[in-house]
Design a protein around this ligand. Structure first.
Ligand code: PLP
Length: 386
């Protein structure tokens, strides 16, 4: 199918396969190796036993929509009608796909930041939209990745329909500042552009840096679809329970498409997630703090092995520069690293439209048990000393 040409096996699948074959520690794909809160797991089992096993309503269980709306109101002061402005999807991935398919016409341009999460390009291609990437690069002080405001402004044209904003950002770990979001918001307002936000790491920010939803900026609530999910927040990435929030006409468009994609999502798990949103945010805060320590643990290990390590403000990932180790091709590097060191990572190149960008960068996931991170660090140190 021509629209999907160029989208073969993802590097995540390839690296996981190579890691399994080589018996390597998999710091490639971003999934935790510990479970979410006990009450969440037991809640899902209980709701299954109690008979929550038939089709939930298409827009999602009322309990979850109400919990999502209450949570958004409490933490960000955003008001959504749970009946018409909150829509439950099969993970954030389906929410993003349905949003793009619903709102992007053939030939419409979609501005997004690269490196970018891999599903964005694929759904833009399915919608026959045109991707307009703006590259995030290390700031002058090297502290974090950011964009050049002029490059962003130049990317927005009369053909721009949508901008996709992922913050906290996978893979760079950047959390967009209020200033950065204000620039994006201004461009959206001036050019009548719809914003689609991917906020799956909204709770997982470090060093006191706060996540700010783009929808909270002036004039943005009426033009923003915000997407989040239980997977990263509660360490249940296999559950695939996500939600889309936005003004009724935009959510209706998403719903119109999604009723023919997945129609609805696992009902028992929706009920369990609703309870967790109301009762387990303390668990999430402790989890965030633990992840911050894991970030530091892995970053120190990578630095000791000779990588130049980026600063991560949020998400599951650190970006590491392989040039100090005498390499400059991330794809070749991770393929040999998995065999030579027994550690799998992901080359950042796959997150860029222009494959020359990010060639020297490799992404490592730190959402793993401490002993796993320590073993990976030891293997990398031993390998670095060869
Ligand atoms: C993990 C991830 C997703 C997928 O979320 P699901 O709820 O599992 O579909 C989407 N966006 C980003 C940036 C992610 O890292």
């Amino acid at each position: 199918m021509t629209r999907m040409s160029g989208f073969g096996e993802t590097i995540f699948a390839e690296m996981t396969r190579l890691a399994d074959q080589a018996g390597a520690i998999n710091l490639g794909q971003g999934f935790p190796d510990t479970d979410g809160p006990r009450s969440l797991l037991e809640g899902a089992a209980r709701y299954v036993r109690e008979g929550g096993n038939q089709y939930p309503p298409g827009q999602g269980r009322a309990e979850l929509r109400a919990a999502v709306a209450a949570d958004r109101a409490q933490r960000y002061g955003l008001a959504y009608d749970p009946d018409t402005e909150v829509y439950v999807t099969v993970g954030a991935t389906a929410g993003i796909a349905a949003s793009v398919l619903a709102l992007v016409e053939p030939g419409d341009e979609v501005v997004l930041f690269e490196p970018m999460y891999d599903s964005y390009s694929a759904v833009i291609a399915l919608a026959q939209g045109v991707r307009r990437p703006v590259t995030l690069r290390p700031s002058a002080d090297g502290a974090r990745y950011t964009f050049d405001p002029d490059e962003l402004a130049a990317a927005v044209t009369p053909r721009t329909r949508m901008i996709i904003v992922n913050t906290p950002h996978n893979p760079t770990g950047t959390v967009f500042t209020e200033e950065e979001l204000a620039l994006i918001a201004q461009l959206c307002r001036e050019n009548d552009v719809i914003a689609l936000t991917d906020e799956v790491y909204e709770h997982l920010t470090f060093d006191g840096v706060a996540h700010l939803p783009l929808a909270a900026l002036p004039g943005m609530a009426e033009r923003t679809l915000s997407v989040s999910s239980a997977g990263k927040t509660f360490s249940v990435t296999g559950w695939k329970i996500g939600w889309v929030m936005g003004p009724e006409p935009l959510v209706r468009a998403v719903r119109t498409v999604n009723q023919f994609l997945t129609y609805t999502a696992n009902g028992a798990q929706q009920l369990a997630v609703a309870d967790a949103l109301r009762g387990e945010l303390d668990w999430v805060r402790a989890h965030r703090d633990a992840l911050q320590a894991k970030r530091d643990r892995l970053a120190a290990g990578l630095a000791a092995a000779g990588f130049a390590v980026g600063r991560t403000q949020g998400s599951y990932f650190v970006m590491a520069d392989i040039r100090p180790l005498g390499h400059d091709d991330g794809v070749a590097f991770v393929r040999s690293l998995v065999h030579q060191a027994g550690v799998a990572a992901v080359p950042a190149q796959v997150f860029y439209a222009d494959q020359n960008e990010g060639r020297h960068l490799v992404r490592f996931a730190f959402c793993k048990r401490d002993e796993v991170l320590d073993e990976a660090a030891a293997r990398l140190r031993a390998w670095g000393r060869r």
